[in-house]
Write a protein that binds this ligand. Structure first.
Ligand code: PAF
Length: 283
């Protein structure tokens, strides 16, 4: 039977556990998660295991990145299954603080980032989101002091924001993005996919299909405006309410007028029923 990772819940225990992990010049990788682990998270863990001698996974459903009307209360929590999966992957440690440990009474600090965090994509629809993400990820980095950290490309803007923050604040963490893991029909894996009804789940692959078709059109020389307008139509016709579908520069996330300004990334966010899905592809 695989050995369960060491589960750590307090800051003093974390310090002691990290001293234990860091023996003999070990390199430490962190995979930050909110639990409800799927194959996308496991791909991050496997990448982390290839690159570092020790792997820490954090599981913390971060209230600071949810608006009051969002799904903090109902966000899937699958602790036992998560730990079993991490044990099977040979993860060394799980950092699982509670909300009081992360945000003790009187907590009054927020990391506010600009650049990719104000690209007018996720930040337009979830204005609270990046302040919550950067504050918690900044804390996870200073608490666990990893040499490297791994994030999925599905949350493409988040990846850019966290990469920028780690550099700007000299946190000494190399942030690496990993390719999105998809279901067989192309739907990007996400902990929130469990919210989809059968009909919504059947419609959901349209996001990836549409992005791929748009990327091909752009590579074949079609104009960005017409291509993205057609993509928007395809997504709304499939029953989604569209937040955005846009072509952006893949590093700065700035709007682009022509493929010559690339490399480009196509990004989408759309709602179906109660579920909001995001996805992106390179051009
Ligand atoms: O992508 C996520 O799961 C979360 O935003 C993260 C990075 C773990 C911060 O809470």
């Amino acid at each position: 039977m695989p050995r369960s990772p060491l589960i750590v819940r307090t800051l003093p225990a974390l310090r002691r556990a990290l001293d234990g992990l860091r023996v003999r010049k070990a390199t430490v990788a962190l995979v930050p998660t909110m639990g409800a682990l799927h194959d996308g998270h496991i791909a991050l863990v496997r990448l982390a295991k290839r690159r570092a001698t020790r792997v820490v996974v954090s599981i913390f459903v971060n209230p600071a990145q949810f608006a009051p009307h969002e799904d903090f209360g109902s966000y899937p929590r699958t602790w036992k299954a998560d730990i079993a999966r991490l044990a099977a992957e040979g993860v060394d440690m799980v950092w699982n603080p509670d909300v009081k440990t992360m945000y003790p009474a009187g907590f009054a600090t927020k990391i506010i980032t600009e650049g990719p965090a104000t690209a007018d994509l996720e930040d337009r629809f979830r204005p609270h989101f990046f302040g919550g993400v950067t504050t918690v990820v900044g804390k996870l980095f200073t608490q666990t002091r990893p040499d490297m950290a791994f994030f999925g490309e599905k949350d493409f803007q988040q990846l850019k924001v966290v990469t920028r923050m780690a550099r700007d604040l000299d946190l000494g963490v190399k942030v690496t993005g990993a390719t999105t893991v998809r279901e067989r029909d192309g739907l990007a894996m996400s902990s929130r996919n469990v919210y989809l009804s059968a009909a919504e789940r059947a419609a959901a692959p349209v996001l990836y299909r549409t992005l791929k078709a748009a990327a091909k059109r752009l590579r074949d020389g079609d104009a960005i405006t017409a291509t993205m307008a057609a993509a928007a139509d395809a997504i709304t016709e499939a029953g989604f309410e569209l937040d955005y579908v846009e072509a952006r520069h893949s590093e700065s996330l700035a709007p682009v007028k022509s493929i010559k300004e690339g490399p480009l990334r196509l990004l989408v966010a759309a709602r179906i029923g109660k579920t909001r899905l995001i996805d992106n592809v390179g051009v």
